[in-house]
Design a protein around this ligand. Structure first.
Ligand SMILES: CSC[C@@H](O)[C@@H](O)C(=O)COP(=O)(O)O
Ligand SMILES: [Zn+2]
Length: 448
């Protein structure tokens, strides 16, 4: 029996193996919080504890990998810093970071990050007798600290084993998955691997495992091509098979009407904000992923007065596959859903987006703002760019511009002189993000 999003059958697998960065947790947390934390402490670690066996072994590995057998502590620190900048997945770098992070977590300096859907699902799988393992490029020490110091306390009791590139091998090689299977004693076909990286899914499948991609909006691999791997937007989908993304289900008239009701309510709210004056703006929800089907608001309607039937079913190119005329911008909604894995797209004509798009055609940079956490960033100490693209009446041209402009950590694009596109996993998330992005634009407008 296959394991498909929305149809997770605990009888089909004995164990789930989890990637961390981009899958259970925000990559941004690692890059923005953990990397700088360790980097600031490499020097002190090498100076004070270079003789400890684990540190000494890692230092020897750094020298070997860098081809500099005589590198002193200062030079090793420099090499480590460069590898951090390059995001190089070097084993000794991971080991030393792991040591520092474990201590940071133990001291309470650090608390790990999990996406809001994850911990509850892991608890339910564990309660159902599904064994859970971790396979991450972060060291085993870092993984242990990560699970022991979660926002909901110590989760290590849920996990039966931890694997990294040292005890299992590289994540894109099938042999690593064979090694893990034999170490767990679980038959390959009863192991399910979850990751945000298609190359890792390929390797797991080559070893006979089941593999499902996790495509989270805003993550570095959100636009990746997952080939024929099943894909979910969050782990909750294994439990509920939400209407936002299912892999096989045919869309019924009732599904479309239900989506129409959601979109009408969202549009009424946006109209009340003054963001959908007259007939401006349009909204969509993904109803099925394979084949891609969207519910898109009907074209030319008063967006403050939509009803549940003012919605049109479209294909993955935004063309109608049922009665009615979809939004003139339906193709762009479909393109955003394909590119980002989003389950909902919001397009509104706000005054701030029109003005700021015209004033800043090169894009807008936001940093140091608590509000950025509303876009999924774990801290205000990030710098994110809101891209601006030129308007066009040709949706292919506009789609190409949007694709080229997509920026990490920013689920939105401004169309100069026109409005803004914002997306999220579902209608509520897309709305929250639209409110945050609009707030950022209004802030910028007030500043200038
Ligand atoms: C004042 S409506 C402008 C439209 O051309 C368009 O930009 C828009 O947002 C609404 O178009 P619609 O086809 O109703 O979805
Ligand atoms: Zn528009």
């Amino acid at each position: 029996m296959s394991v498909e999003p929305g149809r997770f059958d605990v009888d089909a697998v004995d164990a789930v193996v989890l990637d961390i960065e981009g899958t259970t947790s925000a990559t941004g947390f690692v890059v923005d919080v953990l990397y700088p934390y360790a980097r600031a402490r490499f020097g002190a670690l090498l100076a004070a504890r270079g003789a400890e066996p684990e540190v000494a072994r890692a230092v020897a590995q750094v020298r070997a990998e860098a081809g500099e057998p005589d590198a002193d502590a200062a030079r090793v620190e420099e090499i480590l810093g460069r590898w951090v900048d390059e995001d190089r997945k070097a084993t000794p770098l991971k080991t030393l970071q792991g040591i520092l992070w474990a201590e940071g977590f133990a001291r309470g300096d650090l608390v790990s990050h999990f996406y809001p859907d994850v911990i509850e699902v892991l608890r339910r799988w564990h309660a159902d007798g599904v064994r859970l393992y971790v396979y991450s490029s972060g060291s085993v020490a870092a993984q242990r600290a990560w699970f022991a110091h979660s926002p909901e306390g110590d989760l290590l009791g849920l996990v039966s084993g931890l694997y990294d590139t040292e005890n299992a091998g590289p994540k894109q090689e099938a042999d690593s998955y064979r090694k893990i299977a034999s170490s767990t004693g679980v038959a390959p076909e009863r192991l399910l691997f979850l990751s945000d990286r298609p190359g890792e899914l390929d390797a797991a499948r080559a070893a006979g495992w089941r593999a499902v991609g996790v495509r989270r909006a805003g993550e570095p691999y959100a636009d990746a091509d997952f080939g024929d791997h099943p894909v979910v937007a969050d782990l909750e989908q294994f439990m509920t098979g939400t209407t936002a993304v299912t892999s096989v289900s045919a869309v019924t008239a009732a599904d479309l009407e239900e989506a129409g009701a959601v979109l009408a309510a969202e549009a009424a709210r946006f109209a009340s904000f003054g963001w959908m004056r007259g007939t401006s703006g349009n909204l969509s929800l993904v109803l099925s992923r394979d084949p891609l089907r969207l519910a898109v608001t009907a074209s030319g309607r008063d967006k403050g007065e939509l009803t549940s039937s003012d919605v049109v079913l479209t294909d993955g190119a935004g063309a109608a596959v049922g009665p009615g005329r979809p939004s003139a911008e339906a193709a762009l909604h479909a393109r955003v859903a394909r590119l980002t894995g989003a389950g909902a797209v919001v397009h509104v004509h706000t005054v701030a987006s029109v003005v700021m798009g015209q004033r800043s055609p090169e894009g807008l940079v936001f940093e140091g703002l608590e509000m950025l956490k509303g876009l999924g960033h774990p801290t205000h100490e990030v710098s994110v760019t809101l891209p601006v693209i030129a308007n066009s009446q040709d949706m292919t041209v506009l789609g190409d511009r949007l694709e080229a402009a997509l920026a990490p950590g920013m689920p939105a694009v401004v169309v100069a002189g026109h409005g803004i596109y914002v997306w999220g996993a579902d209608a509520r998330e897309a709305r929250h993000r639209a409110e945050v992005v609009e707030w950022l634009l209004e802030l910028e407008l007030a500043r200038r």
